[in-house]
Design a protein around this ligand. Structure first.
Ligand code: PLP
Length: 396
């Protein structure tokens, strides 16, 4: 694989995952990213920061989240299916684990306001909630198409005092909202902290977001060992930018018997523009400061994407996933819009749990791939969020 000349992927070089990752940003953002990297490194070493974060996770976010045995789904599939219930966190998705961490860091750095991008609106809501609690003003950039399909989340952000800025350029979804947030940050990085929502973007974001989400896997691994007295055969998570997946995968990386499967958005087909399956349809390139698998044409122009779930509708994937796939530690599949919708209805009907359409992709893969497993095989699925926001799509 050809490596770009402006960054060398030496082993253990911070911010690189093999040949992926890096910090491909304009000069104006290099210094703010260095400042952030140093502040985060210092916070990580500070027991007070750790204690403060732990306290917030327990008393505001609602951690630890339960591990639920999906009894009727298990019976249907001939498996033992466990669900890690990130849908039960405050604000209803794993995003809050990360925003609480980043907003604590923003306060520690003396920043005066925070900004964020959002797709499904879950990261925007989580950022708005953490910012309100810290007493920091919050501005959220959101594509106008996403504002239309995730209207309840726009209302929630506004209720929490956030300003929602409509982004009407490009595909009017997450890609354009992220570009706008990066632009806003480079024009005022001294006072502003950019709360990035997934394991994406320039270093240190992919590492920092992963670290804040690792709590999911650390809890789930201990919980499943307690319940089953053994590790799962496979851990499954949906992959948008990849933060909930890397958050649950990381704790199992050294457990060689545990297969790790990421599920991308297969949309309505494999033709360009109809899906967001970066590994199936993309190749390495640079977007929003990181080198990773990207849906692009032969000239490197970013392709439009489609997914029924706004949270998976993004043309690039977190760089650490690209590396996990390259070294064969994780595999990546995709589930279609149709199968994800059906899976959401199944989980409601069988378990009384309404999953987010994003998380439904992980369930859809499990249902389709059930023959892969031995009878009564133990499977762990990360239920990244709840589906209340998707009711308009689920029951039109
Ligand atoms: C944002 C979101 C996702 C996708 O983001 P990742 O960074 O890939 O986790 C998945 N599920 C839910 C519920 C989300 O809100």
């Amino acid at each position: 694989m050809k490596i770009p000349s402006h960054g060398s992927p030496k082993a253990n070089r911070p911010g690189w995952f093999g040949p992926f990752g890096g910090r491909f940003v304009p000069e104006t953002l290099i210094e703010p990213l260095r400042e952030l990297e140093a502040a985060y490194a210092a916070a990580r070493r500070d027991p007070r920061f750790k204690a403060e974060l732990g306290h917030e996770l327990a008393t505001f976010v609602g951690r630890p989240t339960p591990l639920t045995f999906a009894g009727r789904l298990s019976q249907e599939l001939g498996l033992r299916v466990w669900l890690k219930r990130e849908d039960l966190t405050h604000t209803g998705a794993h995003k809050i684990n990360n925003t609480v961490g980043q907003v604590l860091l923003a306060r520690r750095m003396g920043k005066k306001r925070v900004i964020a991008e959002t797709g499904a609106g879950q990261h925007g809501v989580a950022a708005a909630a953490a910012a309100a609690r810290a007493g920091l003003p919050c501005v959220v950039y959101m594509g106008t198409d996403d504002m239309a399909r995730q209207a309840p989340n726009v209302a929630r952000m506004r209720m929490m005092g956030a300003t929602v800025v409509a982004v009407d350029s490009g595909s009017r979804t997450l890609k354009d909202a992220t570009s706008e947030a990066l632009r806003a940050w480079s024009s005022d990085s001294r006072e502003t902290f950019y709360v990035l929502g997934s394991a994406l973007g320039p270093h240190p974001y992919p590492t920092m977001v992963r670290d804040f989400q690792t709590v999911i896997g650390v809890e789930a691994r201990a919980q499943i060992l307690k319940e089953e007295k053994r590790l799962p055969r496979e851990v499954i998570a949906c992959v948008g930018g990849g933060s909930n997946a890397i958050g649950i995968f990381t704790a199992f990386l050294k457990d060689k018997s545990v297969a790790l499967t990421g599920v991308e958005a297969g949309g309505t087909g494999m033709a360009p523009g109809r899906h967001a399956a970066r590994f199936a349809g993309g190749f390495p390139g640079v977007l929003h400061g990181t080198r990773t698998y990207l849906l692009q044409d032969a000239n490197g122009q970013v392709l439009p994407t489609h997914s029924i779930s706004a949270g998976l509708d993004y043309p690039a994937v977190g760089p650490e996933h690209a590396e996990l796939r390259r070294i064969g530690r994780a595999r990546y599949v995709h589930a279609s819009d149709k199968d994800a919708l059906a899976a959401a209805h199944e989980l409601c009907r069988l378990e009384g749990i309404l999953p987010a359409l994003e998380s439904s992709h992980a369930i859809a893969y499990l249902i389709k791939a059930r023959k892969r497993f031995k009878k009564d095989g133990v499977v762990l699925v990360n239920l990244s969020g709840r589906g209340d926001k998707d009711l308009g799509t689920l029951c039109p």
